[in-house]
Ligand binder design. Structure first.
Ligand SMILES: O=c1[nH]c(=O)c2[nH]c(=O)[nH]c2[nH]1
Length: 324
């Protein structure tokens, strides 16, 4: 009895492709994870390591990015373009092309009914992943040295996925022998925003005593979330660090009942794909959305009194695992 090669297919899985259509100031995003797999006469590589017929998985990935230069359109159409291209090779007799597409909506257009006029709603180049980011809450009962324990209330959100397709630069950083990052005057800036804010004791006590099951907390949550998103969208960013601080400051400026806020923002890198080897330019349109490694920018934004930064860290922060 012999041993034989059975069914097989091979290719590149989960090619993360983000295309920005920027022909007008109102950008459009197409965000896909694309998998390409080929079937056909590939016995030689499996049996003898003879790669003479193997269309490298790297080539399949490059083809996906190069085809995106012309526009992506519906994922079904994009996959069919890939299929027809690879099926033109004589050794390819079939294949499997699959995509997941991730939705984005414009910051400022989410949830609300939208204007009744024909004017487009929402930000031109700042986007939020719909449904991302659960609201979070935490009540902490401390044991103070004197008096009865009181409740500290934190509120927050976790992993709100944001992206702006322009209005972000990063340059002016020191260069040493290990620095290869180019300076950029225009880049994609993307993050999964996590934030916790602490209500003042007075506000929390009043809100808890109001007898309305915390309507004040609901209103503050909506207000803070929209300030965070609008600040991300509106600030022309020179560094994610600047954006993070500006988001925190805007919240504290608008909400005196919030004592402090902590923010954690990965820098979800979007690398412009070099299409030059394929004879194509890439004027900020086709990106590889890397999932790791990522920058991680975290900061607390607090209030100072006249003598400088306010007192020691509140004990509630020790209960927030792995955050700042
Ligand atoms: O906004 C940024 N801050 C950084 O500290 C940094 N470092 C880096 O490589 N890219 C970026 N971007």
């Amino acid at each position: 009895m012999g041993i034989v090669l059975g069914a097989n297919q091979y290719g590149k899985a989960e090619v993360r492709l983000v295309r920005v259509d920027r022909d007008t100031p109102r950008h459009r995003l197409t965000d896909l994870s694309v998998t390409s797999q080929l079937r056909g006469d590939f016995a030689a590589t499996h049996l003898a390591g003879d790669n003479s017929g193997v269309i490298a998985t790297d080539t399949q990935k490059n083809t996906i990015y190069a085809f995106a230069r012309d526009g992506v359109g519906a994922p079904e159409s994009f996959l069919a373009r890939l299929a027809r291209h690879f099926l033109a090779y004589p050794q390819v007799t079939g294949g499997r092309w699959a995509a997941e597409q991730y939705a984005w909506e414009r910051v400022g257009a989410d949830g609300a009914a939208g204007p009744s006029s024909a004017a487009p709603s929402g930000h031109d180049h700042s986007f939020v992943r719909p449904g991302s980011g659960p609201r979070t809450a935490l009540v902490h009962a401390g044991a103070p040295d004197d008096g009865a324990p009181h409740l500290t209330v934190l509120a927050g959100l976790r992993d709100v996925t944001l992206l702006k397709s322009t209005g972000s630069e990063f340059h002016g950083f020191p260069r040493d022998r290990y620095t290869t990052l180019p300076e950029v005057a225009d880049r994609v800036l993307a993050t999964d925003l996590t934030a916790w804010w602490r209500y003042t004791d007075d506000f929390a006590a009043d809100a808890l005593d109001a007898g309305d099951r915390g309507a004040a907390f609901d209103a503050r949550y909506d207000g803070v979330r929209s300030i965070l998103l609008e600040t991300f969208a509106g600030l022309h960013s020179l560094a994610l660090q600047q954006t993070v601080f500006a988001m925190g400051r805007a919240v504290l400026e608008a909400h005196p009942e919030i004592a402090e806020i902590r923010l954690s923002c990965p820098n979800n890198h979007h690398f412009l794909v070099d299409l030059e080897p394929f004879g194509l330019d890439n004027p900020g349109e086709v990106f590889f959305a890397a999932d790791r490694p990522y920058g991680l920018i975290e900061a607390a934004v607090t209030r100072s009194d006249d003598d400088g930064p306010a007192g020691p860290e509140h004990p509630v922060w020790a209960t927030i695992g792995g955050f700042v």
